[in-house]
Design a binder for this molecule. Structure first.
Ligand code: 4AD
Ligand code: MG
Length: 480
């Protein structure tokens, strides 16, 4: 007999037919002579309702059916009299494939804190919440590829081990094959990287952009979707040391085209989630509503999760320059009432996420794209504006999250790029391959990076980035 997935089973009306179902026990409820088993196989949020009649199934087997056990059930599909499900399976035979001793199994059939679930990340997949999050995550991965494929973009695999620092921020994890207790040394006593595996110092990539640009200079429209690594010691609810980034790069496109692509992509992804993850989003929305009930009235959100998602679809993103944003922030009630932890100083300082969120949540009340940042606070590769002070950058800011996308038009002029690299102490010699694209057939081009887990935060309404990636890597934590 072929196994039926619970997503299909729970919709089936083939009453009287025999089915084979496999999955993990969520809860067991004993009543006089029957046990009601809620079983889940991850194919959807819904559980199969298994009815085990003790005159049919041995008491010895029923004894082993605890939360967490894996089962193989053969039974008859019958219409359900109970509320909440269409059908149930009257068990003919049950095989306990793997027991879960209730004295030791950590996942009790009750609400666990997110903290506890993080400590049990190996088992948290088995909760409704993490089942929902991971199904949404899969759908978003799929939608990213579909979005770009439909628009004629090619997916390019850029290297994970590199010898460059794309963002120039020095936040890299070293990669070495040396025995670090005893690495070869130069005459001066420094580590001799020329003797290392790759013949020079290497690190895990912070971004696939630089190699993505090389591909865009031939394939016109490319995107990368890979893991990126940052050794920044920011222990916040929005930073990971290992996260996934989507980086499109487009030749013959300027920063306006770039903004249009970013807005189209975000709207496409949100729309895809609403259409394809309805059941899981409804669950996530309900979870938030329950959480809200515990907050004071004035701190409750005005919109439900799906209303927030629809709101993004229905509104044009606000596009303003960094300079305009500074003016708004300087004159804001929040600045005057000293509500910012970091009060806005002068033009030229970087914005904190409290400022980004103020613009989005309080001032415009919709997503904002900030452009034309001071060149001092942005990476070396950004297109220099004629004013000599700003670069054609663009950051997309979202409610609750702040920066969800960072991108720019790129400096395609060899001399200007070279000058900027020197000013910023970027080692030009080792980046000859990057500079070559500006020497041979250079063209206007632009791109951006979407932090995949930040998108996941927005779509699921979760507030801690550690909960939207299966196994988070953060400072002092690489368990699992
Ligand atoms: O703004 P960032 O640093 O831009 C780049 O890396 C460019 N090379 C992208 C490009 O133009 N191709 O990072 C892009 C996005 C951010 O907007 C944010 O969403 C996410 O990546 N991000 C992080 N997400 C989780 N944890 C971190 N530590 C992150 N750092 C950046
Ligand atoms: Mg950025």
């Amino acid at each position: 007999m072929k196994r039926i997935k619970i997503s299909d089973l729970t919709n089936s009306e083939e009453f009287g037919s025999e089915v084979l179902v496999m999955g993990w026990v969520r809860t067991v409820r004993d009543s006089k002579n029957v046990a009601f088993i809620a079983m889940n196989d991850g194919s959807c949020l819904r559980n199969a309702q298994i009815v085990a009649d003790m005159t049919v199934i041995d008491a010895e087997i029923i004894d082993k059916i605890n939360s967490g056990a894996s089962l193989r059930v053969v039974g008859k599909l019958v219409e359900s009299m109970g509320k909440g499900q269409k059908n149930e399976v009257q068990a003919i035979s049950i095989e306990v494939l793997g027991e879960a001793n209730p004295d030791h199994y950590p996942m009790q059939p009750k609400r666990h804190s997110l903290e506890f679930l993080r400590e049990n990340a190996h088992l948290r997949f088995r909760t409704n919440l993490f089942g929902a999050i991971n199904r949404v995550r899969h759908n978003m991965i799929f939608a990213v590829h579909r979005f770009f494929n439909d628009r004629g973009f090619y997916n390019v695999h850029t290297p994970i081990i590199t010898a460059s620092d794309a963002e120039g921020a020095g936040e890299m994890f070293h990669v070495t094959a040396f025995d670090m207790k005893n690495p070869p040394k130069t005459k001066d006593g420094d580590i001799d990287w020329s003797k290392d595996f790759f013949g020079h110092e290497t690190n895990l990539t912070v971004s696939g952009q630089l190699e993505g640009e090389l591909a865009a200079m031939a394939l016109s429209q490319i995107y990368t979707f890979g893991p990126t690594f940052r050794a920044e010691n920011s222990n916040t609810s929005r930073h990971l040391a290992e996260f996934w980034m989507i980086e499109p790069e487009v030749a013959f496109a300027d920063n306006h085209d770039n903004m249009n692509l970013a807005e189209d992509m975000l709207k496409y992804l949100v729309d895809y989630a609403l259409k394809n993850c309805a059941e899981d989003l409804e669950f996530l929305e309900q979870r938030l509503l329950n959480e809200e009930k515990e907050k004071p009235q004035n701190e409750r959100s005005e919109m439900t999760l799906r209303e927030k998602l629809r709101f993004v679809l229905d509104n044009d993103f606000e596009r303003i320059t960094y300079t305009e944003a500074i003016d708004i922030l300087k004159n804001s009630p929040a600045q005057k009432k000293k509500k910012f932890v970091y009060p806005i100083q002068d033009w030229g300082t970087d914005l904190q996420s409290e400022h980004e969120r103020y613009l989005v949540e309080k001032h415009f009340k919709k997503p904002v794209i900030l452009t034309d940042y001071p060149k001092e606070i942005k990476a070396f590769y950004m297109k220099q504006n004629p004013d000599g002070k700003t670069v054609a950058a663009m950051d997309v800011l979202f409610p609750q999250i702040g920066e969800i996308i960072g991108g720019s038009q790129r400096e395609e002029n060899y001399d200007k790029l070279m000058t900027r690299m020197k000013e910023m102490n970027i080692p030009a010699e080792s980046m000859w391959w990057y500079l070559d694209t500006r020497r041979f057939g250079s063209a206007v081009h632009a791109g951006f990076g979407l932090g995949f887990e930040r998108l996941m935060l927005f779509v699921t309404g979760m507030t801690n980035i550690r909960d939207v990636i299966p196994f988070p890597r953060t400072p002092k934590n690489a368990a699992f």
